[in-house]
Design a binder for this molecule. Structure first.
Ligand code: AMP
Ligand code: MN
Ligand code: MN
Ligand code: MN
Length: 278
């Protein structure tokens, strides 16, 4: 049977709509044979995902998507095959939870100044025990009819430079890569084209990423075209990085993104799963 990998997705432990059990069940229904749960800055969904994966006979790779700062910009590093109990990583996720709560308070305050009250209570309630993200704010703005799409919430309020944007100091990139690799995992640069970097800055980023111990790059993600895959595969080859694939699935309502529905990894690229121990 063909292996189908999806090494990037989210549950209710961060900004996904499905619980870890529902997510694993859906992945299984979609034919995924190996999946990584990679919630934003948290590993609290992994235990439930593990139980569900064992029940379904699907391979679960413990993962995380860490928010990091590099040159005052935010990047996402996916950790695959991590040990969530490795103390520095566990401490980091606790610290990041505090960072996210404090950021949420500031975002809510800025929304209040725009005559939009009640955001903090709403996002805290929606996130429950999980990490509060801007997705929760977007959903709140949508539910209150301040915007008519999630995208509009980012374009008008939450995106960089918009009235409710709060610039945040995330983990330092090299430290985050260290936590991942020292816990036994592989660090992967998530969705490299989403940062809108010039070719020169991309090379600087990949040089720093590689020097810090980064080993992989997401070559195949959702809604990516053949030219983009070729471009990223070129970076993977030049920097000696393994290639990952992941949908970044959040919500079944997004008809463009489905678990496991991904183009093949170019054959010249070393698959990142060859670096993972099962
Ligand atoms: P945060 O990590 O709290 O800043 O939230 C970032 C999350 O917001 C991302 O992981 C996406 O799920 C979501 N997001 C960011 N930009 C957009 C956008 N333009 N439209 C919809 N969702 C977005
Ligand atoms: Mn997200
Ligand atoms: Mn991301
Ligand atoms: Mn993601």
């Amino acid at each position: 049977m063909a292996e189908i990998y999806d090494l990037h997705c989210h549950s209710t432990a961060s900004d996904g709509a499905l619980s870890p059990t529902e997510l694993v069940t859906r992945a299984h229904e979609q034919g995924v044979t190996s999946m990584a749960l990679t919630d934003h800055d948290t590993t609290t969904g992994l235990a439930e995902a593990r139980t569900a994966a064992t029940a379904k006979g699907i391979r679960l790779i413990p993962g995380i998507e860490l928010s990091v700062s590099w040159h005052d910009k935010c990047f996402h590093i996916v950790g695959l095959g991590i040990n969530p109990d490795y103390p520095p990583l566990a401490q980091a996720t606790q610290d990041l939870q505090t960072v996210r709560v404090e950021r949420a308070e500031k975002i809510a305050h800025k929304l209040e100044k725009k005559r939009i009250p009640g955001a903090l209570e709403a996002v805290k309630h929606a996130a429950g025990d999980g990490m509060i993200t801007r997705t929760h704010f977007a959903d709140f703005l949508l539910s209150q009819h301040h915007v008519s799409t999630q995208q509009e919430a980012f374009d008008r309020y939450l995106g960089q430079g918009k009235p409710a944007y709060v610039s945040t100091s995330w983990a330092e990139m090299s430290l985050a890569i260290k936590w991942i690799t020292e816990s036994g995992g592989v660090a992967v640069l998530a969705h490299p084209l989403r940062y809108k970097l010039t070719a020169n800055w991309m090379k600087r980023l990949l040089t720093a990423f590689k020097e810090a111990g980064g080993q992989g790059i997401e070559v195949v993600t959702s809604r990516i075209n053949a030219d983009e895959i070729k471009l990223i595969a070129g970076y993977a080859a030049s920097f000696g990085l393994a290639g990952s694939k992941g949908s970044d699935f959040h919500n079944p309502e997004n008809q463009w993104v489905e678990l496991g529905r991904l183009a093949p990894l170019p054959s010249a690229i070393k698959p990142v799963w060859e670096l993972l121990e099962f």
